[in-house]
Ligand binder design. Structure first.
Ligand code: MSP
Length: 508
């Protein structure tokens, strides 16, 4: 098996502060990165910022600073947020970096030498905020089909990429690799777009200067999406550290939002094919968050600041909410009521309470020491079997980014364990059948330990606390999934005592 794994987020525009949408993709990539690491993979997890383009130039101008100053000022708002959210990225690309410029110009030249770039003239309806041209059909009411703002008629000399040559090969690829674009509904969207025929793509601009110059023709800057997509190569050392590049490319998964699917699933593979580079394995497009039923927008003033949510509810609680509330791939709605309900229900009542009562009982009935199952008291094969089935479900769902279903499997386990404790009632057994208590609590201890392991990618800090409460000395982020997903008898536990609630209830 190939034990390396490369996952990316989009690189975020620096003209705006990060919001829940940015946090969503980045946390999703972090969940996967952490999961793959405990599964033994050598993971490269890349994120970064997209600094060039007309939007950044305009935003800087409005503030009376240079776009570079704006970018330098904005980068910490992203990196600070990632550290607040416990994001474990291994790389961070800035598109204004010298390494990135080298990559973009190299890629441009490589594609030009292949004969896939020519100089032409472009005229069309252009949306400045979205930096996208639209066809007559799309622009029929004079406003941008994506953001609704007025379009401008622009004409400029432009370099074009022969994307029309890549429709056929791309269709063949889509037919062969059914999960190239995930989930299915996005696959269908891409396939029908490609079937409609691809047109050549304008990949340079002369109307502004904040970008990477076209090699040999400084009147043009390279189209921001050509530049931005190449970050996935820059981040792992393309042209600067080819050994590292060879180790991680092709990328396993580009995680993105549904709005930027076409760039990733049509343009990007076309550029790569032209440059003779292998294609990424998966492009996964997730849905969008609304806020209390409304589209998030600055003018409505309902943009959710992730740092504020973390301050109020906690980083792990926020991360958990994002993936427990809505199937990854569908749209979802954010509200404080919803996050409170998740915290009080799933975390405080179900999982948190399970942890507390388990630790308490081990403290009280076994003097804090988990022993082996007493064969005379039965081994409860049935419970074990059901837990194993849920673990298998979890693994299957995680493999296809179905975080929602994976979490569903974990909460089957917690419900099972809570019921098991209720029916076995160790407090009664202690009086009536004390020989069985060690068996029951051995099962409970293992079950809770495994539930925490499965929750670890979502809640790295809280699950570390749970393991500590269970007397486990080793760090959960260094755990081996294969070893830890089995029931075992641990010899080296710290004494287990009553613990303060790890997920306190929130007043509603
Ligand atoms: N710079 C480009 C990406 C280049 S990648 C080679 C860009 N940046 S962005 O900052 O505008 O947005 C990045 C991500 O935020 C996208 O994946 C987008 O889907 C996501 N979201 C923006 N608003 C969102 C919601 N309301 N909900 C969920 N995700 C959303 O695009």
């Amino acid at each position: 098996m190939n034990r390396r794994y490369y996952i990316t987020t989009p690189i975020y525009y620096i003209n705006d502060v990060p919001h829940i949408g940015h946090a969503y993709t980045t946390c999703a990539a972090d969940v996967m990165a952490r999961y793959k690491r405990i599964c033994g993979y050598d993971v490269f997890f890349l994120t970064g910022v997209d600094e060039y383009g007309q939007k950044a130039e305009k935003a800087a101008l409005a503030q009376g600073i240079t776009p570079q100053e704006l970018a330098d000022r904005m980068v910490p708002t992203f990196t600070d947020l990632w550290s607040i959210l416990n994001v474990s990225n291994t790389g961070f690309v800035r598109t204004t970096g010298a390494d990135h410029k080298k990559v973009v110009q190299y890629l441009f030249e490589k594609i030009r030498n292949k004969g896939d770039i020519y100089l032409g003239e472009y005229e069309g309806w252009y949306c400045i905020p979205c930096e996208t041209y639209f066809t007559e059909l799309q622009a029929k009411d004079g406003t941008c089909p994506d953001c609704g703002r007025p379009l401008e008629r622009l004409k400029e000399e432009s370099y074009f990429f022969r994307m029309s040559s890549y429709g056929e090969p791309l269709l063949r690829h889509l037919e062969e690799i059914r999960d190239f674009v995930m989930p299915d509904i996005r696959f269908n969207e891409v396939a029908s777009f490609v079937k409609g025929g691809l047109r050549d793509l304008s990949i340079s601009r002369t109307t502004f200067t904040w970008g990477i110059p076209v090699p040999g023709d400084a009147r043009h800057v390279i189209y921001v999406w050509f530049d931005a997509l190449a970050n996935y190569l820059t981040g792992i050392g393309f042209q600067t550290d080819m050994e590292r590049f060879e180790q991680y490319w092709p990328c396993d998964a580009h995680l993105i939002g549904k709005d930027i699917l076409r760039f990733h699933a049509v343009y990007w593979p076309s550029f790569l094919m032209s440059a003779g580079l292998p294609l990424p394995c998966h492009v996964f497009a997730h849905g969008w968050w609304t806020v209390e039923g409304q589209k998030m927008s600055k003018s409505v003033g309902n943009v959710v600041d992730p740092a504020g949510v973390v301050k109020e509810f906690g980083a792990d609680e926020f991360r958990f909410f994002l993936f427990r509330e809505v199937p990854f791939g569908l749209d979802g709605d954010f509200s404080k009521e919803a996050i409170k309900a998740r915290i009080n229900g799933d975390l405080a009542n179900d999982f948190g309470n399970l942890v507390s009562r388990s630790a308490n009982m081990i403290g009280k009935f076994l003097a804090g020491r988990v022993g082996g199952p007493d064969k005379a008291g039965g081994t409860d094969a049935h419970l074990l079997e059901r837990i194993e089935a849920h673990i298998a479900d979890y693994e299957r769902e995680m493999a296809v980014f179905s975080f929602y279903k994976a979490l569903g499997a974990v909460f089957e386990i917690t419900a099972l364990l809570n019921r098991y404790i209720d029916t076995e009632a160790p407090w009664k057994l202690a009086k009536e059948d004390p020989g069985r208590v060690p068996t029951v609590l051995y099962n409970v201890w293992n079950g809770v330990r495994i539930a925490a392991l499965l929750l670890y990618p979502f809640m790295p800090a809280k699950t570390a606390q749970v393991w500590k409460a269970l007397g486990i000395g080793k760090a959960i982020e260094k755990a081996s999934f294969e070893e830890e997903k089995r029931f075992y008898l641990a010899g080296d536990l710290a004494p287990i005592e009553k613990v303060a609630p790890i997920f306190p209830r929130i007043e509603v």
